[in-house]
Each structure stands twice: as C-alpha cells, then as structure tokens.
Write a protein that binds this ligand. Structure first.
Ligand SMILES: Cc1cc2nc3c(=O)[nH]c(=O)nc-3n(C[C@H](O)[C@H](O)[C@H](O)COP(=O)(O)OP(=O)(O)OC[C@H]3O[C@@H](n4cnc5c(N)ncnc54)[C@H](O)[C@@H]3O)c2cc1C
Length: 366
C-alpha cells in the first residue's frame, strides 16, 4: 500500500477537481484519480450560471478562462413571437478542456497529488466495514480517511457503496450539438417550440456551441436519416430565427450526441465515503445547470469535511443542504424536459428556473 491520504477523490472534472482544490487549500492531503487524460474533452454545452461564475471568481480562477467571452445578454425565442431579451451580469461558457484543466491545475497548485489515466475499480474497507481507500485497474491500492466519488452519473464509488437512489425523474432530453465558427451571436440564445428546444452558446476561442434537444423517441426517429439531417430538421423547426445566424458560419468539428438519462438524487454519504457532482445528483441538461451544481456541491462538501463536529453529522447536513437547494430546479427541469408544454407554459417554467437560480445565488452571497 502507498502512504495514506486524508482524502481520495475519484474523478477529476468540475466536481472532483474543485473538491480536491478546496480540501487541499484547507490543508488536507489529497489525491485526485482520473481515468481520462489531462485536458481532455467531455460531453457538455458549457453554460455556466451565475452561482458557478461567482464561485470561480471567489476562488481566483475566472481570469484563467482565457479566450472565453463574457455573456452579457440572454435572448429567448418562442417561434414567431417577438424575441425577449434580458440583460445579465457576465456569464461564461468555457470549453471543458479549458475549465476542467483550470480546476485541476488549481488543485495541483494547492498541493493535491493529481493522477490521470488511473481507473478506480473497487473500494477497500476496514474491519468495521468503513470505506478505507480504493483499488485501481493495475491492482495497486491507496488508503485514505475518506473517499469521494466525483466520477459522474455511472459512478463506480456509488455502485461499490450501494448508494441508493432516493429520488428519480421520468423525463429526459436527447441532445445533438456541434461547434461553429463565425456565428454572430452576442449572448446566449434559447429557442423553444412544441416538442423541443435549441440554443446557441458562445464558447472559447471564437466557437459557438449550437444544440438541439427533444424527447429520445423523437430524436431516435429523426436520426434514422442521420445525425446531420436530424440536427438540421430540429433547428429549422424550433429556431427559425436562429438559423439565419448560422448562414455565414462553418462547423468546426463533428456532431456530438447524448441519448438521454433520467435524473436522480443518490444518498450522498456513508462511513468513509461521499458523492459529489453528477455522481450524487444528476438532472437533465436542458436547464444547463450541472456544472453550476457540481461547483456548489464541491464547496458544500469541502466545508462539511473541514468544519467542526462529527463527520456523520457534517455529511448529513451536506446532503440535506444539497437536496434543499436542488429541489426546485430538479422539479422544474423535469417539467421542461417533458416537452409536453405549450409556449405559454414553457415561459412560466423558465421564469421558475430563473427564480430557482436566484435562490442559489443568494446562498453564496450570504
Ligand atoms: C449533452 C449535455 C449537455 C450539458 N450541458 C451543460 C451545460 O451547458 N451547462 C452545465 O452546467 N452542465 C451541462 N451538462 C451537465 C454537466 O456536463 C455535468 O453536470 C458535469 O460534467 C458534472 O461534472 P462532474 O465532475 O460531476 O462529472 P463528470 O464531468 O462526468 O466527470 C466525471 C469524471 O470521472 C471520471 N471517472 C469516472 N469513473 C472513474 C473511475 N472509475 N476512475 C477514475 N475516474 C473515473 C470520468 O473519466 C470523468 O472525467 C451537460 C450534460 C450533457 C449530457
């Protein structure tokens, strides 16, 4: 066995890297274990919301999102109605190769040991049954006081601990997205039409991420004619006012797809383990909020583990706070991702999304 750590973090993206950074900044001996390569990409449409931007700013990392323009305006398109524009305080939609790398670098600077290309396959337990570390694909083992699963929706840590799903959603979005150069979008552009949604998000290095979303059933049917055709059909149907913005633009890479997954809350902790980010709480991407939630929960978990009092009480409070702050957005996301609304109804749902986000901004302003 290698030297023990205070904390092992499995998964090194938004949730894991920020949790490792915060714990290392607080003086813990942390190892971060990530199976993919340093600076690699992952599935995302990149929209960070206000609470996440505030955290990156407070952590001194916002300036490191180089080449990522501030978003100062959101425009909502509802078919042939007049578009509705809202001025906003700066938001950002960084490419994941950049954001995840910035967080990993900050964790390393804080003293965390970073290992990429390392897959955790199972957990170690002490004689009391408490999780005591991890076993990796090459058979090597690491021990620690606590093991954190930040390893995404198909979390190995969640499976190995048997963390029960305590709440599950029914609806889900299937998504297609790709990057374009030369789009004249000045802000986030969201478009809605019965049965689907689309959006444009200006991201890093002059690229704009363009996505379409609908039910998995409709997406499967449209994809029989190929992903390109499905993307074009959905975009023309849902966002006729946006397709003009794409006329002078050129795609800069392949199409990316997401088949859809049901949202869930998992039990977030047990003896010697905790879950953070999508591993513990996942909701449909249509409200573009998973990264903001992951950053929030990284801070809540780090505060729980470094604060006073018994670990079990602190982790129980972590889960209760996560659930309380997430419930309203989880519910409204479920309704948006059902795609059963009329345009008037989705406008009301989007106002609910906005007020749920105001509540989380208030939490971090306290
Ligand atoms: C189509 C789509 C679009 C999205 N768009 C947005 C958006 O616009 N805005 C937004 O905020 N959110 C968006 N999200 C959600 C967002 O991507 C996630 O919420 C976010 O990535 C969660 O971060 P995480 O660190 O918890 O997990 P992940 O980003 O999934 O990272 C988990 C990491 O764990 C690693 N890992 C897994 N198992 C192991 C193992 N056994 N050993 C070692 N490492 C392991 C994986 O390699 C991975 O790097 C979108 C999601 C999808 C599917």
């Amino acid at each position: 066995m290698s030297a023990p750590y205070d904390v092992l973090v499995v998964g090194g993206r938004v949730a894991g890297a920020s949790t490792a950074m915060l714990l290392a900044r607080a003086g813990a001996r942390v190892a971060l274990l990530e199976r993919s390569a340093y600076g690699s990409d992952t599935v995302s449409t990149h929209g960070l919301m206000r609470a996440g931007v505030m955290q990156l700013s407070r952590w001194g990392l916002l300036d490191r999102l180089t080449g990522t323009p501030p978003i100062l305006r959101t425009t909502f398109h509802y078919r042939d109605r007049e578009p509705e524009q809202v001025a906003i305080r700066a938001l950002y939609a960084p490419r994941r190769q950049l954001l995840d790398r910035v967080l990993v670098d900050a964790a390393a600077e804080a003293g965390a040991e970073i290992r990429h290309g390392v897959a955790v396959t199972s957990l170690l337990r002490d004689e009391s049954g408490r999780v005591a570390g991890v076993r990796m694909r090459d058979g090597s083992e690491l021990t620690a006081g606590i093991t954190i699963g930040a390893d995404g929706i198909r979390s190995t840590v969640a499976s190995a601990t048997g963390a029960p799903v305590v709440r599950r959603s029914r609806s889900r979005s299937a998504v297609l997205y790709r990057y374009y150069a030369g789009v004249q979008a000045a802000g986030y552009e969201w478009a809605y039409a019965p049965g689907g949604a689309a959006g444009l998000l200006p991201t890093t290095d002059g690229a704009t991420c363009v996505f379409v979303a609908t039910t998995p059933t409709r997406m499967r049917s449209l994809r029989r004619d190929g992903a390109e055709q499905a993307f074009a059909t959905l975009l023309a149907d849902m966002a006729p006012s946006l397709t003009d913005l794409l006329i002078p633009a050129t795609p800069v890479d392949r199409m990316h797809g997401w088949a859809g997954a049901a949202g869930f809350f998992r039990q977030a902790w047990g003896p010697g383990w905790a879950l953070v980010g999508d591993a513990g709480y996942y909701k449909d991407p249509i409200t573009t909020h998973g990264m903001t939630d992951a950053l929030r929960d990284a801070e809540l978990l780090s505060d729980a583990l470094t604060g006073p009092g018994p670990e079990s009480a602190a982790l129980a409070k972590y889960q209760a706070t996560r659930d309380e702050l997430s419930s309203a957005l989880f519910e409204v996301t479920e309704s948006v991702a059902s795609y059963t609304w009329t345009l008037d109804e989705v406008r009301v749902l989007l106002r609910k999304v906005s007020s749920a986000m105001k509540a989380e901004v208030t939490q971090f302003s306290l």
